[in-house]
Design a protein around this ligand. Sequence first.
Ligand SMILES: Cc1ncc(COP(=O)(O)O)c(C=O)c1O
Length: 233
Amino acid sequence: MATSLVVGAPSIGMLTAAGAAVSSLAVVRSCCVTNKTSSDSSSSSSSSSSSLPAPRGDFFLPPSLTYLNCATLGPTPRSVIKQVTAEWEALAADPLNGYFGSGNAGLPSSCTRNEAVRTATAEFLGADVREIVVVPSTTVAYNTLAEGMVAAGYLTPNDVVLSCDHEHPGGESAWLHLEATAQVASYQRVILPCGGRDPTAAQIISAFEASWSPAVRVVAVSHVLTTTGLVLL
Ligand SMILES: Cc1ncc(COP(=O)(O)O)c(C=O)c1O
């Protein structure tokens, strides 16, 4: 029986081994902020992605605030707010055509441009475009995957989902829900041997091996741990 590896991150969730990937829009919202002022940058409202870290002037954050979260509650860049507002206005002018049809405001339809985002994301990740689904957040991605695995019969009430004791609640809630509703046998947290320093790859693998059983159907871990920043994969 195959086991799936689900890898999540604040900006991206990816399912491998079961042949699908889910990413969130936040992947295109990379936002390393520096204290450069807007005058240091060619524009305060748009910096090219090739010039990351982005100047502080690209964001609404006050200079006194150092903000490290880049997930759903990350600071949206000014240029994104401007573009999203313009998109809503254009869509409101002719919703059906704007979304499915010939487009409006001089732009192709939303569906056409959504496909362009999927293609660009697939290229960025080195994935097939058929493996990319754009969703609003990592937490939504996890829930979509978990519910989809149950609906497809991939996960059954006898199966175990393994993760670790450093997961973000957004990476846990879907599995905890499946456990609470008896759609899987259990959701188990492998204890990582951190002890004040990063565990080695061998230590991490042996911690997972110690919890291994034939009932393990999914291993779900974050690419970057929310607690320590350790890169797991
Ligand atoms: C490791 C990890 N997983 C999941 C999430 C939740 O992400 P989202 O807000 O996109 O649902 C976060 C948020 O910071 C995170 O750090």
